[in-house]
Design a protein around this ligand. Structure first.
Ligand SMILES: [Zn+2]
Length: 213
């Protein structure tokens, strides 16, 4: 429940990122929005197995705070804002494509109570021409512990992403857009792309909200 809406007359709305008083209809304050709008879209160096790669911002500053607030503080009201930036940055990459969120590790979804990347992909499909498949074509086996490990550890032991049995039918040889929230080494996107190609994807491009440089 959005408490600020119920108690709007008593409690001023605060920006979830900087805590200054914000317009209650805006998810973040004007200052944070202006800083976010200064982010430079990154399109270089797709990870192995990915045709084209887009990230809305470097994993730093306000963009990093925004994605962390969404993911770790469960501020799901930020999803439309983040997905909006992703659809803008994707441009033609979101048109007439099947959009596939990187599958979560099951225990993480259970721990968090929601699947942040799945939520972003759903929002993206609602505001663009990209289509979310009725069933997810890939899944992740095991815990997929990537966070908190160093770069060499992540690259040496990428997440185990596999196509489901009916993945070929779901994908139908189409061009895909793989979605994740943050790109760190690219190992997760490479693993996801590999599984999707195995299931017959014609091409696999990827988008993340931020990218660690
Ligand atoms: Zn703010």
């Amino acid at each position: 429940m959005d408490f600020s809406r119920v108690a709007g007359f008593l409690v001023p709305s605060l920006c979830p990122l900087c805590r200054q008083v914000a317009d209650p209809v805006s998810p973040i304050c004007g200052d944070c929005m202006r800083e976010l709008n200064r982010s430079v879209v990154l399109r270089e160096d797709p990870p192995e197995g990915v045709d084209q790669m887009v990230s809305c911002a470097d994993h730093d500053g306000i963009a990093r705070e925004l994605v962390a607030a969404f993911k770790f503080r469960h501020l799901t009201g930020l999803a439309p804002l983040i997905s909006g930036y992703m659809v803008d940055a994707a441009g033609p990459l979101a048109e007439n494509r099947l959009i596939v969120p990187v599958p979560p590790a099951r225990f993480r979804t259970w721990l968090r109570g929601f699947d942040p990347v799945g939520r972003l992909a759903r929002e993206m499909s609602e505001i663009s021409e990209a289509e979310l498949p009725h069933a997810m074509p890939v899944y992740r086996k095991g815990s997929g512990r990537q966070r908190g490990r160093n770069r060499a550890g992540r690259l040496g032991d990428p997440p185990d992403i596999r196509p489901r049995e009916d993945a070929g039918k779901v994908i139908g040889g189409r061009d895909l857009l793989l979605v994740d929230d943050v790109m760190t080494t690219g190992a997760t996107l490479t693993a996801g792309s590999g599984a999707l190609r195995l299931a017959g994807a014609r091409s696999v491009s990827a988008i993340t909200f931020t990218r660690r440089l």
